[in-house]
Design a protein around this ligand. Structure first.
Ligand code: SF4
Length: 458
């Protein structure tokens, strides 16, 4: 999945912006392009790399032709993502010629160089120094201390009113379909004071919404023994409270349903963090979860959800599921559908199971045929859509706070607190929107609801 906004994506930019002053570029300034593939976590890595490069005096090009070299930050999570990464590398080679590859797929350098022997360098995920060394070798820096001012919040690939905030890296679980722990290692948490400082800088620079991400957000600080350092305790509940005190919306992603997640819900009821939980559950049948090597028990998760909703009735629950996991029977799949009926999750995404090179699930017996996977996926999404539609219909007539993402001649595209950027729905305002600008938070009356989106007026 591509994540860069079009003006920072060489592969999407329609034409070179010829006026270099628009990009703050000076004559002869070394210039780098970036294609960022994969999940929001990879996007944060891209932002960090660009932040460092800007700090060192590089300009960033929105297209291939204006760049002296192009970095492709790859994703290697699924085989389809690997193929997409190879395609992106091929395109960058054709269009620019000087290509540096980093990110998840960089953990398999021979896979990349086998397909594209002309890439200049391959580095793995989070090897920021190695990426910078490779850039320095390909396009030497020309620092100018009078001109190279780094924006206080760094370079953000996301619109300025929201920003991803990465709190840890790696994962201590061993889900059989996933190779992230092999690629990214065990959980390593950032110190809480460093995260809060980064968040403060972002908010000072105008960010109105912080999207907290990691592989396993609720495990945050486990490796640090939840110690307190410089006044901030490395525990998700404390961190959420600290971040919530900064005055921006705080949205928690990838929260594994550990028992202590219950302690986060009062913070949502208090309004300190958004009443939104993104919990990747993957399945609901205990035998499938066992074959996946996921410790969760779906029945207990239903109890947890009921307890969360008792504390914060307005909370939005998002989750993702895998359909057609090896050995999944029709009865097991039916359990998942019934579970969804009962859980009434607000937002649901699904993947059809795919083998991933190196994942232990590949060796499981009884892989599900493609047509059965497709059929289950369609049935699953039909149900999820019906639930979403019914839930959104109850919002008609209510007043909701929304954040404005963009405004054009036709209207304003906004999101409610129940909508994460890029993955959930929108609220559209078609009239009286002219004075709105991105980042505004306003209250609207909901007039109309669709399957995933809302329409409202100020
Ligand atoms: S919890 Fe997530 S990142 Fe960790 S192994 Fe499982 S699927 Fe992979």
């Amino acid at each position: 999945m591509h994540m860069n906004p079009p003006d920072l994506r060489p592969d999407l930019a329609r034409a070179r912006i010829s006026d270099d002053s628009l990009l703050g570029r000076r004559e002869g300034q070394p210039t780098i392009g970036m294609v960022s593939l994969g999940c929001p976590k990879a996007l944060v890595d891209s932002e960090r790399i660009l932040t460092r490069l800007r700090a060192e005096g590089y300009a960033i090009s929105p297209d291939y032709k204006g760049a002296d070299a192009v970095i492709v930050n790859t994703c290697g999570f699924l085989d389809s993502a690997k193929a997409e990464s190879l395609d992106a590398i091929g395109e960058a080679l054709r269009e620019n010629g000087k290509v540096l590859v980093t990110g998840c797929l960089g953990a398999e350098p021979e896979y990349i160089t086998g397909a594209h022997p002309k890439v200049l360098a391959v580095t793995g995920p989070h090897q920021y120094e190695a990426v910078l060394d490779a850039v320095h070798a390909a396009v030497p820096p020309q620092p100018d201390p009078f001109i190279d001012l780094l924006p206080a919040s760094g370079v953000s690939l996301t619109p300025r009113h929201y920003s991803y905030l990465k709190i840890s890296e790696g994962c201590n679980h061993k889900c059989k379909f996933c190779i992230i722990p092999d690629m990214r290692g065990r959980l390593v948490s950032r110190p809480a004071h460093a995260i809060v400082r980064e968040a403060e800088k972002l908010v000072q620079a105008g960010v109105r919404e912080l999207l907290v991400i990691s592989q396993d957000t609720s495990a945050y600080g486990l490796d640090l023994r939840h110690a307190t350092d410089r006044g901030h305790r490395a525990h998700i509940t404390d961190l959420a409270r600290d971040l919530g005190s900064l005055g921006a919306w705080v949205r928690l992603h990838y929260v594994y349903p550990y028992p202590h997640v219950r302690d986060l819900i009062p913070l949502m009821a208090e309004g300190l963090v958004l009443p939104y939980l993104d919990i990747p559950l993957q399945h609901a049948h205990p035998d499938v979860l066992r074959r996946m090597a996921r410790p969760a028990a779906a029945a207990r998760t239903l109890d947890e959800i009921a307890a969360w909703r008792a504390i914060c009735p307005d909370m939005t629950l998002r989750s993702t599921f895998i359909v057609g996991y090896p050995g999944e029977t029709e009865a097991e799949f039916q359990t998942l559908l019934d579970w969804l009926d009962e859980a009434q999750l607000d937002r649901v995404g699904a993947f059809q199971y795919e083998n991933v090179k190196g994942a232990r699930a590949n060796d499981l017996p009884d892989h599900v045929p493609a047509d059965v996977k497709q059929d289950r996926f369609d049935r699953f999404m039909e149900k999820a859509q019906a639930i979403s539609e019914a839930k959104l219909a109850t919002k008609v007539g209510t007043r909701l706070e929304v954040i404005v993402d963009s405004v054009d001649g036709d209207g304003a595209t906004c999101r409610t607190k129940a909508d994460a950027p890029e993955i959930d729905g929108n609220l559209f305002i078609d009239e009286g929107f002219e004075t709105l600008k991105p980042g505004d938070i306003v209250t609207v009356t909901v007039d109309e609801a669709g399957e995933y989106d809302l329409w409202g007026r100020l």
